[in-house]
Each structure stands twice: as C-alpha cells, then as structure tokens.
Design a protein around this ligand. Sequence first.
Ligand code: GRF
Length: 216
Amino acid sequence: MPIAVLASGRGSNLQALIDAIEDQRLLARIVLVASDRPGCVALARALQHSIPTWAARPREHASRDAFDRALFDAVAQSGAELVVCAGYMRIIGADSVARFAGRIINIHPSLLPRHPGLDTHARALAAGDTEHGASVHVLTAELDAGPVIAQARVPILAGDDAERLAERVLAREHPLLVAVTTLFTQHRLRVCDDRVLIDGRNLNAPLQLRPDNHLI
Ligand code: GRF
C-alpha cells in the first residue's frame, strides 16, 4: 500500500515505519514524506532512504488553506492511499481532511480523549494520572478528536518526570503506529463517516497494544 507520512520534527515514528517496511513486517511503500519544516530531521531520514520529500514553509503561502492545498496536492500526486501524521505539528484544515476523509491517521501521545493538544506528559503528571500512553486516531478537522483506533498504555511510576515518561511512551508509540498501519495495509480497517470498522465490524472501544506488540 502506498502511504504518505507527514512529520515536523525528529521523525522517530517515521523511522519505525521505515524499519518495519525494510524488515518486511509492514507491506507498504512510503511514497512521500511531507513537512511544514524544511530541514527537519524527519526529511533527512527520508532522504537517507531515498524516499521522495515535499517541504514548504506555511508563512510563504497566502493562507493556511493555501498551504494545506499545496501539501495535499503533493500527497495526491504521490498516489498515497493512506496518510500517516507522525509528529506533524500543524492542524489540517477541514477541506484538506475532507479530500482524504477516513484515510488520514494521527499518533498522539496520550490516552485520548484525555489530554488532547500539547504538553501531554506534563499534564498527565499534573493531573495525578496513574496511567498514560499513546493513541492512534482517525484525523478529523477537530484537534485530536477523531475516533480512536488503538492505544498503548504506559503506567506512571513514582518519581516520573515529563521527560522520562515521554521516553517510555515514545517507545510504545513506535510499535503502536506500525501495528495500526499494518491493519490498513491488510485492508482490515476501514473508516465510514465517524465509525471505525475492523474486519467489517464496528469498533466500539479502541484496540489495545499488548506487550508483545500485537493488538487486541
Ligand atoms: C510523538 O510523541 C508524537 O506522538 C507526537 O509528536 C512526537 C513526534 O515524535 N505527535 P517523532 O517526530 O516521531 O520522533
């Protein structure tokens, strides 16, 4: 399955997808890595693996919509059937989401619906949560609010600070993103309006990533 990855920063989730493809654990081809931050590490990772890239600065476009249009024109031209937002730090406008409705997923470092937005690790600690984690959800025009497909849970330990917690969550993000992308490539996952179907059945609660990296 041809996929496009959107990223803004260090690209460790992108790297997890690249590694899974190269090890033939994930039967997909990354046809484009696109970014709103020319020069970010994610783009360098793509170049190292000869993956086509697209990057532009939002402020050099006439409007937010014009930037999104240019980006999603590039995604459409790449032939991608699935768009994976892996650390893409911009909100995508409703028109562009509609162009790829049900075919854009996002990884977010919290157990949604808890802690949408930024600084999730510090906020989980400040709230006294005993558990934190990551979610992969269907991207909709509303920030971090689309249906959740799967989650990885990470216990909060005594003495955790935001950095340590983020590290443990990130280690679970990588297999989580690979597992959900795999379900798409196997055509087991479909999104109809705001419902997620797995093997043709409604998903009523998010799938959970087991310690052995399988989803249940
Ligand atoms: C991850 O924690 C992801 O969930 C969040 O931004 C971070 C990106 O990390 N949206 P990386 O760029 O994939 O290393």
